[in-house]
Write a protein that binds this ligand. Sequence first.
Ligand code: CTP
Ligand code: MG
Length: 238
Amino acid sequence: MSRTRPLWAVIPAAGAGERFGGDVPKQYLPLLGRTVLEWAIRPFQARADVAGIIVAISAADDHWPGICLSSDRIQAVQGGPQRAHSVVAGLNALSGKADARDWVLVHDAARPCLTDEDLDRLVDAAAESCGGLLAAPVQDTLKAADNGAVARTVDREGLWRALPPQRVRMEELASALHRAEPAGCLAPDEAAAKERMGHRPRIVPGRADNIKITRPEDLALAEFIISQAGIARCGLAR
Ligand code: CTP
Ligand code: MG
């Protein structure tokens, strides 16, 4: 049974946070007494069935040694120029440890508000399927624009916002990402890489407030969500 296989986590954390700006990359900014990255790793560290957590960091990263993640399950590797390269670097680090049929959970370092309940649901759903992803239904009315003016309204029926983590088999993710790169078309996320191979990852409804820190105003929002969702009460293993 797949459920008894170990899980692995890959956390791409090699981005420069250009839209956020500032001197410190957003994943290392303080948030309720820890860094954004520590909050992003927390739910994976909390699970006994996660055998290893690979964090892909930038070659220029001098913040990683300063954070307190003393666990032999956590390993840092050098990421790449785009998120997909960083995910591939994480997978390469797993290749000697994980079995091809093991599940890999890919989450963003910039997403600190993932709840244990959402992660449970993703892990429990579709154990025998070709993986899945958390997602929230689109609530807003969508407009397609052309030259700054509304061209048409897009029907939001059946549209979902993809919210990491995504859950993918080691072998399938590796081949999807490796296959995409030579063609010069890096997929925006792991599910998209698999869709290109004809797979249909399962949509697992998740909390809409599993936000990504992109711009400065998102940090205060994340602080509020972590406090309100009871995530802060879970604390952080050190
Ligand atoms: N990421 C990565 N390697 C890259 C680029 C991004 O590991 N070369 C990671 C980021 O660290 C982040 C996640 O991918 O955890 C999502 O990317 P994004 O929010 O775009 O972060 P940045 O690329 O850092 O931000 P920006 O695009 O504004 O520069
Ligand atoms: Mg980016």
